[in-house]
Ligand binder design. Structure first.
Ligand code: MG
Length: 348
């Protein structure tokens, strides 16, 4: 099989006039880029990456894929997917593979795996070999800009849909406000629902320890990304100084970054992001690496690609998703979702 073309399309999006916010940034949404990989035997594959902000980002990424990655990929055999992943990392190393380049590598890597699954008529998790049939899922629903009534209403809806856990943003100016937010959500969801808290890199180490102890006393399930993503010394101090598990990884950009965190005991739960880590090839490596350290894997972001990957990781713990829409292909049973059964990364 030979890749004959990579079609690139940009989906631009009008910024949301009522954007969601976390402790680090405001997220009006900024469209996405989709690549469609064509082969000489007629089997195609698709990969898509989206942006939470930066209106020009999809166009910048489309140019990077067109001029840097596509010339490497066209004419190659998709079964050499891991070799192609290495080639893309090597090619972009000159200006830095971490950043926008990994978004592009992700789109192509996803499209290649999708193509390989479709060529064999099976979901990718069956190509790789499964270990789970269902995956626990939680709802990330508590944005920082929501008022108390709003956050209670949306968390209540998540529980009504069947979620057994909800995640909320924290990192308000004061600990008192953070505690009030957790207590407000606890009143809405009751005692049997787990609550995770996420401060999106906004605190100092000392403040993260103080707030972490408070969240631990409130019974929160994990304490997510309280420090800047690359502060490995700070995360080591947190992981050693707190009993509540510390989760991080959505802003790490390579398998080697995760290796450094794992070796330093700086993370209790890894949370790789498909786009920033560089696609399914990288996530499978990160998941296996974390498993060797007996560290659980919780996805950053949801969707069928993350589900296919988690199906193959013994340490898969929690899929992140939002509230389920009426036309969602996912439904919850005992707080878990079924795996996609369509070829490649498709749902059915
Ligand atoms: Mg997060």
């Amino acid at each position: 099989m030979q890749i004959t073309d990579v079609e690139i399309s940009v989906q631009r999006r009008t910024p949301n006039p009522m954007p969601i916010a976390d402790a680090l940034q405001i997220l009006p949404g900024a469209g996405s880029v989709t690549v469609r990989l064509l082969t000489d035997d007629g089997v195609n594959g698709e990969g898509s990456v989206g942006f939470g902000r930066i209106a020009g980002a999809p166009d910048a990424l489309a140019a990077l894929i067109e001029h840097e990655l596509k010339p490497l990929i066209v004419g190659q055999d998709p079964v050499m997917v891991r070799h192609l992943h290495q080639q893309m990392l090597r090619e972009t190393e000159y200006h830095g593979s971490a950043g926008l380049a990994t978004f592009g590598i992700c789109a192509i890597d996803t499209a290649i795996w999708d193509c390989l699954g479709r060529a064999r008529g099976v979901p990718c998790w069956q190509l790789w070999g499964g270990v789970h049939r269902r995956i626990k899922a939680y709802a990330m629903v508590g944005w920082l800009n929501y008022g108390d009534d709003e956050v209670q209403e949306i968390c209540t809806r998540a529980v009504a849909q069947g979620f057994a856990a909800v995640k909320i943003k924290v990192g308000y100016p004061t600990l008192k406000q953070d505690i009030a937010r957790v207590e407000c959500v606890r009143r809405a969801v009751g005692d049997d629902i787990d609550i995770m808290v996420d401060a999106n890199q906004s605190l100092t180490t000392a403040e993260a320890i103080t707030r972490g102890r408070a969240f631990e006393a409130l019974g929160c399930l994990w304490w997510e990304e309280p420090l800047p993503a690359d502060d490995i010394d700070g995360y080591t101090a947190l992981a050693h100084g707190l009993d509540i598990p510390v989760a991080t990884g959505e802003n790490l950009y390579s398998v080697a970054d995760f290796a450094r965190f794992l070796k330093r005991d700086a993370v209790d739960i890894v949370q790789p992001d498909l786009r920033r880590a560089g696609g399914p090839t990288a996530l499978l490596q990160i998941g296996a690496l974390a498993d060797a350290f007996r560290i659980p894997y919780a996805s950053h972001g949801g969707g069928p690609v993350q589900l296919n990957i988690m199906a193959c990781l013994p340490n898969a713990w929690y899929l992140e998703t939002g509230l389920l829409s009426d036309d969602s292909p996912m439904s919850l049973q005992d707080g878990t979702v079924a795996l996609p059964m369509g070829p490649g990364f498709s749902w059915e």
